[in-house]
Design a protein around this ligand. Structure first.
Ligand SMILES: [Zn+2]
Length: 165
């Protein structure tokens, strides 16, 4: 392939060899990872235990419908794993903007039964500690970024900058 490309360019350059020295062999170009183009979660740098179910792109908003890819969760009290689902609900989280669009994450959250008879907890909701704390309305990274902007710029200037991005 590299030889073919060099000979083609040599022909197009009228036999001049100077252009060949500027080429990098194709073999030296790093190969893409197999899932870099097929997994959109990598584009948004979301935790690997999530899966994207749907993506809605609007003029000012980007909405991602996400769910967990894990089949079971550990009880927060006794650490006993459970895959028996009690119920499901949706949780909405604000994330960092992307291409000047506000990003909203809709998480499908499962509530599991704790099947350990010695445990006092009957049910528990699955958690996403790498994404957001329990009961939070925004992702960890959005909270961190807003905190940094507020600390660096103060209230009024920070609000002006954060609302533009
Ligand atoms: Zn338990």
């Amino acid at each position: 392939m590299y030889t073919w490309l060099c000979s083609t360019l040599r022909d197009r350059s009228g036999g001049k060899r100077g252009i060949i020295g500027e080429l990098r062999p194709i073999r030296m170009i790093p190969r893409r990872r197999k899932n870099s183009m097929t997994n959109p979660l990598l584009l948004f740098a979301l935790p690997a235990d999530l899966q994207l179910e749907d993506l809605l792109i609007e003029s000012e908003t980007l909405t991602l419908l996400l769910s967990s890819s894990q089949s079971h969760q550990a009880c927060p009290d006794c650490a006993h794993p459970s895959s028996r689902v009690h119920s499901r609900y949706r949780r909405r989280l604000a994330d960092l903007p992307c291409q000047r669009r506000a990003v909203e994450l809709y998480l499908k959250v499962r509530r599991f039964f704790c099947e350990n008879p010695a445990c006092s907890r009957r049910t528990f909701a699955e958690s996403f500690p790498d994404l957001a704390p329990a009961y939070a309305r925004r992702t960890l990274r959005q909270g961190k970024t807003l905190g940094e902007i507020a600390f660096a710029l103060g209230g009024r200037a920070g609000r002006a900058i954060a609302s533009k991005s």
